[in-house]
Design a protein around this ligand. Structure first.
Ligand code: FEO
Length: 168
């Protein structure tokens, strides 16, 4: 059984993951509107992964015989600027999610809930991968993105991203 405190933190993290899914879906629409269909595809795949992240938490909470408390998801907020600026906002968003996951890890340790502490390691690894991927895309956009032909190639590359359901 997990404590009420950890239950609430994990439920809060479900909300953050679903908010992330909303954010990426909204960004996907924006990229489609400006003709960057590869970027749009990349963001839509990320949106699906965020839903998976939320569902893994959901299944964990139920598996520990605790309660699901779903709360309102805020409307996504981001500035509709250039692709590189959108990706910088993605990077900042993912860093804030990493901080939230760090907090889950610290608090589960504080509660001596080692099962949750172990469970959340998967998310810590996932965050490192996401931050690395996004920072690489930002570097490419900064290096080449001002040229339309290069932006086209980056768009094609991002359009090849494959979705595979995140499995814990
Ligand atoms: Fe669920 Fe973008 O991490």
């Amino acid at each position: 059984m997990i404590s009420d405190k950890i239950r609430d933190i994990l439920n809060g993290q479900i909300n953050k993951e679903f908010y992330s899914a909303y954010l990426y879906l909204s960004m996907s629409a924006y990229f489609s509107e400006i003709g960057l269909y590869g970027f749009a595809h990349w963001a839509k795949v990320q949106s699906k992964e965020e839903i998976d992240h939320g569902l893994i938490l959901y299944n964990y909470i139920l598996g520990r015989k605790s309660q699901i408390h779903l709360t309102q998801i805020s409307a996504p907020v981001f500035e509709l600027n250039s692709p590189v600026e959108v990706f910088e906002q993605i990077y900042n968003h993912e860093r804030s999610i990493t901080s939230a996951i760090d907090s889950v890890a610290n608090q589960s340790e504080g509660e001596c809930d080692l099962a949750t502490r172990n469970f959340i390691d998967w998310y810590l690894k996932e965050q490192v991968e996401e931050e690395t991927e996004v920072s690489r895309i930002i570097s490419k956009l900064k290096a080449f993105g001002s040229e339309k032909s290069a932006l086209y190639l980056i768009d094609r590359e991002l359009g090849k991203r494959e979705y595979s359901a995140a499995v814990y």
